[in-house]
Design a protein around this ligand. Structure first.
Ligand SMILES: [Zn+2]
Length: 335
């Protein structure tokens, strides 16, 4: 089930109904907004037997949804030589895909190859893929899924039809959670904490460890602000170590920090409706009194900038040290 982004879905459905299928799409949007689901719906739309595709019910649609359709394939990252922990989509995988797509479809009308995450394709793999992209076989559609499209070569990007998925409004996520059978008392909190990413809300509804991780992140957000300069530098060092082990986890952590301080700003300006961390209002109000608004504003912007730099692997240690120093200081508040 795709949640939200009705406009992107309708635009695609219209163009397919008009018979204008592209040989290669670029599907972009933030993490966990539903890009993989959308790619699957696209594969269904191209192979569905019903009059109004995709119907979800025909044998083609059902086989695609179960991941057992012979003509729909997802290529994802695997360990590559560059480093023991580094995963990517490498040139060998592209060569395999090229061999596979030279065959006509086996059970459907269109072979669909989804690269997810395509922004983890090595430069070599992207270059190898160019020739196929210039002239995709007539019975093939490629779907490149990316949250960081700037990592794709311009030569690759220029050959793709771009579809953008955006963050989903809280109300639509709430409705989807209710439909998925999540208990009402958890719906409000999960939908807000999801910050526009229905995939996160659905995962957190099933996996309590995600909420536990968030609690931990909020504790560290608040404790950083109470630290001395020396302790902040130590904290930055620990984050830097963690970044090398598990980059996504650090980016998620900084995302939680940003959510917390954004909520503190909302509490300071009395805009309570927009608050995400609705289960921690007392702590939010404490911090709203404890910290100066200009310092919180600066730190929220610093978090946004830092995540951008870390995504691009720019000077990670310096970025984290500067960030730790920018956190609001307790005791600086005007009484
Ligand atoms: Zn169907």
């Amino acid at each position: 089930m795709l949640i939200g982004n009705a406009r992107a879905v309708q635009a695609l459905a219209r163009s397919l109904q008009a018979g204008s299928r592209s040989g290669a799409y670029l599907l972009v949007g933030p993490e966990r907004v539903g890009k993989a689901t959308f790619a699957n719906r696209l594969a269904q739309a191209l192979n569905c037997d019903a009059e109004q595709p995709p119907c979800s019910g025909c044998s083609q649609c059902r086989r695609i949804a179960s991941g057992i359709h012979a003509d729909v394939q997802t290529v994802t990252v695997q360990p590559v030589e560059e480093g023991p922990q580094h995963k990517a989509i490498g040139v060998e995988q592209v060569r395999e895909v090229e061999r596979a797509v030279s065959l006509t479809p086996y059970e459907g009308r269109v072979r669909v190859v989804i690269f997810d995450p395509a922004d983890e394709m090595t430069t070599q793999a992207q270059n190898a893929f160019l020739k196929t992209l210039e002239e995709p076989p007539p019975h093939v559609t490629f779907v490149l899924v990316a949250s960081r499209e700037e990592r794709l070569l311009d030569t690759v990007r220029s050959r793709l039809k771009r579809i953008e998925l955006g963050l989903v409004p809280t109300a639509e996520i709430e409705a989807a959670l209710i439909q998925a059978g999540v208990e009402r008392e958890r719906v409000r909190l999960l939908a807000r904490l999801a910050r526009g990413r229905p995939g996160w809300a659905l995962a957190a509804a099933q996996d309590p460890s995600l909420l536990g991780r968030r609690q931990e992140a909020l504790r560290s957000a608040r404790s950083l602000a109470a630290m001395s300069i020396a302790d902040r530098m130590d904290a930055a060092e620990r984050l830097h170590d963690e970044l090398r082990r598990d980059r996504e986890r650090v980016l998620d952590l900084l995302g939680e920090w940003q959510g917390w301080w954004r909520d503190v700003l909302l509490a300071q300006s009395g805009a309570e409706d927009g608050i995400a961390n609705v289960d921690m209002l007392d702590a939010l109000h404490d911090d709203a009194r404890r910290y100066r608004r200009d310092e919180v504003t600066t730190f929220v912007q610093a978090l946004i900038d830092a995540r951008g730099y870390l995504e691009k692997n720019v000077q990670s240690r310096l970025v984290l040290e500067a960030l730790a120093l920018e956190a609001p200081r307790a005791g600086a508040a005007v009484a």
